[in-house]
Design a protein around this ligand. Structure first.
Ligand SMILES: Cc1cc2nc3c(=O)[nH]c(=O)nc-3n(C[C@H](O)[C@H](O)[C@H](O)COP(=O)(O)OP(=O)(O)OC[C@H]3O[C@@H](n4cnc5c(N)ncnc54)[C@H](O)[C@@H]3O)c2cc1C
Length: 445
């Protein structure tokens, strides 16, 4: 299949493509006589595969570039229930159905999150190598052409009528240089995005996350049958949390930090220390580390290039969750291009990408990201605040509201009286724990 691609195809695009001020899609696009709109999707993670699937299903000629189809993205692999339905992910791909999330405070106070879950509800734990390869294959079966290759450069045209040229080294482990001309580009190449650099999209603050996959003896693995753990405290991270997420026959144990990246290995040692009785005797089978974006990039659309997933910076700050948002933004962008190009029949411009993708995305998620940003700064600021967070998590109303928003990605319907109670509880917990925090600081001198 890849043989047909080893050539640079000139694309005679005559229309003026990138004016962000044009009012309507039909006015800013031009028909493509005799051929379909051609899109390159760079990166075959959840964002890229979902974009490629939407594009190919909608009639756009789609090329999906992935440098390591047999690799595994460093990731905890926890996804919300709604993703299984929305993205039709078969249940047999799930390693574990977690119904209890045990949270440990800095002083090791523990609370089980999950009391309010209904019998069919759970957090799905998957291995990324399994999920990603499924999503990529589905994009292929919808008509996308997978090109296993490292993209080395994206040539941005000097004229707005000319094609973008994707330069790549074809095949895993090969040195053969190739190029492909396309009309539109989706940058889904993760946190170190080359596409973002090529279009001058600017930088974002990021956390570095470290994770070890540890194979446990069967009797120890039984403890994690349907249980995941979160550890918070200055020992495991000054601004993130440590986790133990169960997989088929191993656990993923990791932590992250934004402020103190150089100390990440110290924090990893601390999370191992805190979990020692439960993971001792285990064998480390994989060690991995990767950046996690902290906020969206200054630019997410430029010309006929759109960034999605981690490349755009769509990870929630409080939880470090990005898989669902990657897949969702990829799909939203792909569908937006299909709409604007009328099924691949017309060219698209920057205005179309802004209107059909960015506006939709921001309308749906900007507020959610802001709220989670705020929660992180309130609750991850100090050990005292973290104690307050864990104390609050014991409340059933807090659990129901948090789980509903996480599992279904919608704001749970609240109860006014309970909301007021929750507000007072929050203030009470913060005040109590700040006092506890001060006392313990005094005592430690
Ligand atoms: C340690 C860790 C744990 C995490 N745990 C969770 C979790 O439990 N749940 C959750 O929701 N999120 C988690 N995240 C975040 C989540 O992994 C990301 O948000 C998500 O993977 C983003 O998907 P993506 O498709 O945008 O990017 P990626 O998954 O990074 O995919 C990018 C793809 O592009 C390919 N690529 C990159 N450059 C090139 C190139 N030049 N040429 C060709 N291909 C290229 C890469 O090989 C990769 O396959 C975690 C992140 C880390 C680092």
């Amino acid at each position: 299949m890849a043989a047909q691609l080893h050539l640079s195809v000139p694309l005679p695009i005559r229309a003026s493509l990138s004016s962000s001020h044009r009012p309507r899609m039909a006015a800013s696009t031009t028909s493509l006589p005799g051929r379909k709109l051609r899109a390159a999707v760079i990166g075959g993670g959840p964002a890229g595969s979902s974009a490629a699937e939407a594009l190919a299903s909608g009639g756009v000629e789609t090329f999906l570039f992935e440098r390591a189809p047999s690799g595994a993205k460093p990731c905890g692999g926890a996804i919300p229930l709604c993703m299984l339905d929305e993205f039709q992910i078969p249940y047999h791909l799930i390693d574990r159905r977690v119904t209890r999330m045990r949270i440990f405070s800095p002083s090791n106070l523990e609370v089980d999150f999950g009391k309010t879950l209904l019998p069919h509800e759970f957090i799905a734990m998957l291995r990324r190598e399994v999920l990603d390869s499924f999503l990529r294959s589905r994009a292929e079966s919808c008509g996308a052409t997978l090109i296993p290759s490292l993209v080395t450069d994206l040539e941005v045209p000097a004229s707005e009528n000319s094609p973008y040229v994707v330069h790549y080294i074809a095949g895993e482990g090969s040195r053969r240089k190739e190029k492909l001309s396309v009309d539109v580009v989706v940058g889904a190449d993760g946190a170190n995005s080359r596409v973002a650099k090529a279009i001058g999209a600017g930088d974002y603050e990021y956390a570095i996350a470290f994770q070890e996959r540890i194979k446990l003896p069967d009797e120890k693995m039984r403890y994690y049958e349907d249980l995941a753990e979160m550890y918070i405290g200055n020992d495991v991270s000054p601004d993130f949390y440590g986790w133990v997420f169960p997989k088929c026959d191993h656990v993923a144990v990791g932590t992250g930090t934004i402020r103190a990246k150089r100390d990440i290995k110290l924090y990893q040692r601390a999370i191992r220390e805190r979990t020692r009785p439960k993971i001792s005797g285990g064998k480390v089978i994989k060690v991995e580390a990767h950046p996690i974006p902290e906020h969206p990039r200054p630019v997410r659309v430029r010309g006929r290039v759109a960034l999605v997933g981690d490349a755009a910076g769509y990870v929630t700050k409080c939880s470090g969750e990005g898989i669902y948002f990657a897949a969702k933004s990829g799909r939203m962008c792909g569908e937006g291009i299909v709409r604007a190009s009328e099924g691949g029949m017309r060219t698209v411009g920057e205005g179309d990408l802004r209107r059909e993708y960015l506006k939709e995305w921001d309308g749906k998620y900007a507020a959610t990201f802001k709220v989670l940003d705020m929660l992180q700064s309130v609750f991850y600021g100090s050990d005292a605040a973290r104690e307050a967070l864990v104390e609050l998590c014991d409340d059933e109303y807090v659990q129901r509201m948090s789980f509903e928003s996480y599992l279904y990605k919608r704001l749970a319907k609240g109860n006014r009286w309970e909301d007021v109670k929750m507000l007072f509880n929050t203030i009470g917990s913060l005040m109590r724990c700040r006092i506890v925090g001060r006392k313990s600081e005094v005592l430690s001198f």
